[in-house]
Design a protein. Structure first.
Length: 267
């Protein structure tokens, strides 16, 4: 997604934002990430603020609303939302700045235990009474037997998108950011999502699952439940890569197929 720099935002919007931040002394456009039309670090007298947003008519502007809605419940694992503004045709969020780096998921990385710690902490978070999608609703289109969806159900608040860009490591703590896809479901789903990303970073399936097994919810999950999610993931990523065959999406499709084959051969 092409980025819009701070200076190219409408003057009225910048004025509204500065009414919250104070004068912006400098702004640096973020070079990483894929889902925001504006993503920038704003230097102000009170400190740095991370700005992210979409035009109000963007088809995924609802992700902004979800992220704002869930933020009060995930501040123990992620940055605090400072304000939410809609003006001049833009929907933007201002977050406290996390002075960290994106997590390294490669085999042997010292970041991996920190990521698991954050996931365990999040896994203890009961999903708040918010209008979030349930796991059985979100993945209903990828199963043949609707009864299998019951295996995904639960009352845990899930992140579900463990792209390493969405995990920031600051010192000895990992923070989970970009809450565009919060979901109510079984607690083992998040470690399953992480396992796929670990494989994409070079882990063999057994190694990725060994990391997932450090999360108590994974140990408690039935084999049938995880196998069902593997099948769902194959079908979902096949659809994603077919609709938009970017190289990284094709790699994720191949990764998911490798995981499903591994689970089939383990049976």
């Amino acid at each position: 997604m092409q980025r819009t720099d701070w200076v190219d935002l409408p003057h009225g919007l910048r004025r509204v934002i500065e009414s919250r931040t104070g004068p912006v002394r400098a702004a640096t456009t973020a070079t990483e990430g894929q889902n925001s039309e504006v993503a920038a670090f704003l230097d102000t007298a009170a400190g740095t603020v991370f700005l992210k947003g979409l035009r109000s008519d963007h088809p995924r502007v609802w992700t902004q609303e979800r992220e704002a809605m869930v933020n009060p419940y995930v501040r123990h694992v992620g940055p605090r939302l400072l304000w939410h503004v809609e003006a001049e045709g833009w929907n933007v969020l201002g977050f406290e700045h996390v002075a960290g780096r994106h997590a390294d998921y490669s085999p042997g990385s010292p970041d991996l235990p920190l990521v698991i710690d954050a996931m365990c902490w999040l896994g203890q978070t009961t999903c708040p009474d918010l209008p979030l999608k349930r796991s059985d609703e979100r993945w209903a289109g990828y199963v043949d037997d609707p009864a299998a969806l019951e295996l995904l159900c639960g009352n845990t608040l899930l992140h579900t998108d463990y792209n390493p860009m969405n995990v920031l490591v600051a010192g000895d703590v990992a923070r989970i950011v970009d809450w565009a896809w919060p979901t109510r479901g079984a607690a083992w789903i998040d470690p399953a999502c992480l396992a796929l990303r670990l494989m994409a970073a070079g882990h063999r399936p057994a190694e990725a699952e060994a990391w997932a097994a450090r999360v108590p919810a994974w140990i408690e999950a039935s084999r049938e439940a995880i196998d069902t999610f593997a099948l769902i993931s194959v079908r979902m990523w096949d659809e994603i890569a077919t609709d938009d065959p970017q190289p990284w999406k094709r790699r994720m499709k191949a990764t998911v197929q490798e995981w499903a084959t591994f689970r089939y051969l383990k049976a």
